[in-house]
Design a protein around this ligand. Structure first.
Ligand code: SF4
Length: 64
């Protein structure tokens, strides 16, 4: 599973780093989030899916 963030859509709500701090972080200026990894470790796949569902603007892109 791969994960990335569409930074044109992200509104910096900070939900994804709150849910999955091992997968997502905010840029220091907090304009948008970014994925810390490209390939999601197996044990974090559920968290990645939950973050994608929780994103208010569907900016988290998951690919199998
Ligand atoms: S949950 Fe979505 S809008 Fe919020 S910081 Fe993450 S990618 Fe951006």
């Amino acid at each position: 599973m791969k994960v990335s963030i569409d930074q044109d859509l992200c509104i910096a709500c900070e939900a994804c780093p709150a849910l999955c701090p091992d997968l997502f972080a905010m840029y220091p200026n907090c304009d948008f989030a970014y994925a810390l990894v490209e390939e999601v470790p197996k044990e974090l796949e559920d968290c990645a899916q939950e973050a994608a569902r929780s994103c208010p603007v569907q900016a988290i892109i998951i690919e199998d």
